[in-house]
Design a binder for this molecule. Structure first.
Ligand SMILES: N[C@@H](CCC(=O)N[C@@H](CS)C(=O)NCC(=O)O)C(=O)O
Length: 199
């Protein structure tokens, strides 16, 4: 299995999930500007979508789209999924919210043209974070253990930190809790993100 990622991109959620389940997997960094992988391959040949994450399964199939990849990991490793008859649906509900609402708002922030657009994106992000901070059923979104959705949320909380956005205090505590997990630290180290955290 091989994960194509870019440092601090949304692929970090998949990276953490793979580390959490203790799988042995390969990983390769992608330069999203040049669309070249670390080994010099044209990333568009791996996925014509040209964006991360992309996960190559052991049977050679290529998975793309964060919701699908995270759902696949959770289905293979139930410790990262949500139990119960509606468990998978609740997980997809949350992953979809994270992707189509929160992640999309960060894209608006990234591409904002001027202060007014930035402020508007920040306000939208703030609304989503406030909603999410009320969804916790324990230390994590679905209870006392993390699911793949927690890792996706965590990545966007790192983005909030990067953009200097205030987050509700339960989410700041959650971000610290995730940063202390060995699997998170391994994934962040592998992406070269540890310098700031270790400083
Ligand atoms: N629909 C995709 C979007 C993934 C995405 O936005 N990836 C970003 C990094 S977080 C990326 O690779 N952007 C580079 C590009 O689109 O050229 C998904 O949900 O997985």
């Amino acid at each position: 299995m091989k994960l194509y990622y870019s440092p601090l991109a949304c692929s970090l959620a998949d990276h953490i999930a793979l580390e959490e389940v203790g799988l042995s997997f390969e990983r390769e960094r992608v330069n999203l500007k040049t669309k070249r992988t670390e080994s010099g391959r044209d990333f568009n040949e791996i996925t014509s979508k040209g964006y991360v994450p992309a996960l190559i399964l052991d049977n050679g199939e290529t998975l793309t789209e964060n919701i699908a990849i995270l759902d696949w990991i959770a289905s293979q490793y139930p410790a990262l999924s949500v139990p119960g008859p509606l468990g998978r649906t609740r997980l997809l509900e949350t992953l979809t919210y994270l992707s189509t609402e929160l992640h999309r708002s960060f894209k608006s922030m990234l591409h904002a043209n001027g202060d007014a657009e930035r402020a508007s994106a920040a306000a939208t992000i703030g609304g989503h974070l406030s909603f999410l901070s009320n969804q916790f059923k324990g230390d994590f979104l679905f209870g006392s253990t993390p699911t793949v959705a927690d890792f996706y949320l965590f990545v966007m909380l790192l983005w909030a930190e990067h953009f200097d956005l205030a987050v509700p205090s339960p989410l700041a505590m959650f971000r610290d809790l995730l940063k202390s997990r060995p699997a998170v630290q391994r994934a962040m180290r592998a992406e070269g993100l540890h310098q700031k955290e270790d400083a």
